[in-house]
Design a protein around this ligand. Structure first.
Ligand code: ADP
Ligand code: MG
Length: 697
């Protein structure tokens, strides 16, 4: 019955069946069963007729229908009635189907009426109300939370509005109720105090009470998360089983010497914790596949370096890969600086390293003379052969595709350990799903002594003040970023904005006192680099750019970030941009420029940015405002297509589900025990339906 094609359900038929398939993706009775209401109307409480107002989205009254009459000419006939409760009366009106509706109304009968009240000739009127007649078969007690199903014009045209769909579910449910099987083990159901799947499905369509609905939602959301986590965790376990990792057992001389003699500062508690987590991974013989999250400036580089030293101590080489030449260059310089007195050998390989200079590098990594290789994706080329690569650190993973990461694996007989670092804080729930098959470490603390960046929201009308402020900061020797949005859909307009902006900045900051660099995506890479270097070297005081500077650039002397049309950026992007400043000893500022009029949503975003510099808090807000798909910039993996559960609001349930999945797999990794048979069956069913999720090396 559950697999029966939907047109065979009583009340459907071929035409409606086709619509249900094309509009809602409901092909079978089972699909209909899993088509849940998206909200409910509480039909257990009533508004008194003397307490209505025209702003109410709907009102619900209980009373009697009296004075039913047809009015107007036969061609423009309407039906009116009076509806009377203890407190007064309102009018009901039907413009359509008047003649058919009239005989169904019982004068003096008791009804519940439901609809949007509006004021008409100073009386409240409900047009085309929904009516339920109260009778012995339909007593008041039977009306609780009424489900509302999303429908559409085409469907409604064929009688499949919310009510119509509700009716189909009411037909189906009693026929199949006993076929709805349990998908979780008895142990889990008991331990987590869940209601049965059967009860949950019934209650989600027709809840007997608010509590029953909550219990149903909890059960179904849990289940949704549980099977997702089960899949992710199994991927992780299989991965570990398939690929043993090099064991970095020893903490040896290089690590210890650096730690005691060359580390220029004390690690923060968060850094210490993360290094410990990494060491645990590396010591076990598992292959490490770890995501390191830490806000801009939280000190990820030194964690990477310590990990690389562990590799060295155990006889392995390591790489550090960055998405751009400039970033690779900066990493190379800062690592060289830190390793200056250690005798370790570090090299840089990027696309612009000339053939002649490459030869000794290739030879050095093949012979093992070079310990650490820093670079761009040039590292991935086949010509780059290591003596014994044991670890690859990847900075800013967003720019690297899966295929590229996979190439790293071919660099040794056994895949090197992978540490992916990102400065984009990802809300915990997202990390647990999107990166659920990776281990995640978080640096959630900034090194001490940083001055918090001051963020201000400024309107276009105060531009002259902003320019004056910029001048005073430049006079103190500081540098300034001015960033314009660049959004694909309006690219031409955006470039115009950028060029207009550049002109206006150039007028306000004229040569010879001021130099302005400009960088945008339409420039040739060489020109871009030239302009960028004018700014990095301090020759230019102002850098006007689109968001190309978003990733990684480090100019500690730049202390002011001006973001133009800030209302057009997402929160995470604003946060990334702001992270470009606040890297030196000086007080830094971020000025969010918006038009004089800002939408309430835009205003909210500005307020959040002004209020906090905590990247994780901002990421959580972003998740609430934009939803998970937009944040990760992807929906195609299918992994974020949750039906009921919501990553912004159901964190607790997700954590429970992940723990439960872990517990099940710990005692029964292949789900082979009879007590887990139901779980295995459902797991296989879902695996058949879902696309392959494994995206990460
Ligand atoms: P990110 O996480 O953005 O890559 P970096 O690793 O570039 O951050 O570190 C930012 C700055 O903070 C660097 O100048 C680094 O030397 C410094 N730093 C890192 N850790 C600490 C620490 N524990 N104490 C003081 N300064 C630190
Ligand atoms: Mg960094």
């Amino acid at each position: 019955m559950l697999d029966t094609s939907i047109e065979f359900l009583k009340g459907v038929g071929p035409k409606r069946g086709d619509l249900l398939k094309s509009e809602l993706g409901i092909y079978t009775c089972d699909d209909l069963l899993n088509y849940y209401p998206f909200r409910y109307i509480d039909r257990s409480s009533f508004h008194p007729s003397n307490h209505l107002n025209a702003d109410m989205p709907y009102a619900q009254l209980k009373g009697k229908i009296i004075g039913v009459k047809l009015v107007g000419s036969p061609r423009q006939q309407r039906l009116t009635a009076k509806f009377e409760d203890k407190y007064g009366s309102i009018d009901l009106v039907w413009f359509q189907g008047a003649r058919y509706i009239k005989p169904t109304l019982e004068e003096g009968g008791e009804y519940i009426v439901f609809g949007k009240p509006s004021l008409f000739n100073n009386r409240f009127t409900i047009t085309h109300p929904e009516l339920s007649k109260l009778s012995e078969e339909n007593p008041l007690g039977a009306l609780k939370l009424q489900p509302v199903y999303s429908s559409g014009e085409k469907l409604s045209g064929r009688g499949l509005n919310s009510k119509g769909i509700e009716k189909l579910v009411r037909t189906l449910l009693p026929q199949v109720l006993d076929l709805i099987g349990e998908t979780l083990s008895a142990e889990l159901v008991k331990k987590l105090n869940l209601i049965s799947r059967k009860a949950a499905i019934r209650q989600i369509h027709f809840p007997e009470s608010g509590e029953a609905l909550q219990a149903a939602l909890f059960r179904l959301k849990f289940e949704e998360f549980f099977f997702l986590q089960l899949q992710l965790l199994r991927t992780q376990i299989n991965h570990r089983k398939t690929y043993g990792g090099f064991v970095f057992e020893q903490v040896g001389d290089h690590f210890n010497d650096f730690f005691t003699n060359h580390l220029p500062f004390e690690l923060t508690e968060a850094q210490k914790r993360v290094v410990k987590e990494i060491r645990k991974d590396l010591g076990t013989g598992n292959h490490m596949n770890r995501l390191l999250q830490g806000d801009v400036g939280s000190g990820k580089t030194v964690v990477a370096l310590l990990t690389m030293l562990l590799a060295k101590d155990n006889g392995f080489q390591a790489t550090l890969m960055a998405p751009t030449e400039i970033l690779a260059q900066q990493h190379f310089e800062s690592l060289s600086q830190l390793l200056k007195h250690t005798g370790l050998n570090i090299a840089l390989l990027t696309g612009s390293v000339k053939a002649a200079a490459r030869k000794p590098i290739f030879a050095g990594i093949l012979s093992g003379e070079i310990d650490f290789l820093v670079g761009t994706h040039a590292l991935l080329e086949d010509k780059v052969q290591f003596k014994n690569l044991g670890l690859s650190v990847i900075d800013e993973q967003h720019r690297f595709g899966v295929a590229q990461r996979a190439q790293l694996w071919k660099k040794n007989i056994c895949p090197p350990h992978v540490l992916v670092m990102t400065a984009t804080p990802i809300p915990r729930t997202l990390a647990m799903t999107f990166y659920g098959d990776l281990d995640v470490s978080v640096i959630d603390e900034l090194p001490p002594g940083r001055k918090a960046i001051k963020t201000l929201h400024k309107k276009d009308s105060s531009r002259l003040n902003v320019f004056a402020f910029m001048r005073s900061e430049i006079a103190k020797g500081r540098q300034i970023y001015v960033v314009y949005p660049l959004i694909k859909e309006s690219e031409t307009l955006d470039y115009k904005d950028l060029m207009d902006g550049y002109e206006s900045v150039s007028r306000a900051f004229p040569l010879p006192n001021y130099q302005i660099a400009i960088v945008h995506g339409k420039m040739k890479p060489a020109d871009k680099e030239f302009e960028m270097n004018r700014f990095i070297s301090g020759k230019a005081q102002i850098l006007v750019s689109t968001t190309v500077i978003e990733v990684g650039v480090n100019v500690p002397n730049a202390s002011v970030m001006v973001i133009e049309s800030a209302e057009r950026f997402g929160l995470s992007q604003l946060h990334q941009l702001r992270g470009r400043v606040g890297r030196g000893a000086d007080q830094s500022y971020c000025l969010l420029m918006t038009g004089n009029k800002v939408s309430s949503e835009g205003k909210k975003r500005m307020e959040i940015m002004v209020r906090t510099t905590d990247g994780f808090e901002i990421a959580e807000e972003d998740l609430r405002l934009r939803g998970p798909g937009d944040i990760m910039g992807t929906q195609q993996s299918g992994i974020l297509d949750l039906k009921l559960a919501d990553l912004a609001h159901d964190q607790q349930i997700l954590i429970l589900a992940r723990d439960a999945a872990r517990m099940v797999l710990e005692s029964d990794p292949d789900l082979a025990r009879p007590s887990n048979l139901r779980i295995l069956t459902e797991y296989k069913n879902q695996a058949r339906r879902r696309p392959n999720w494994s995206r990460i090396s």
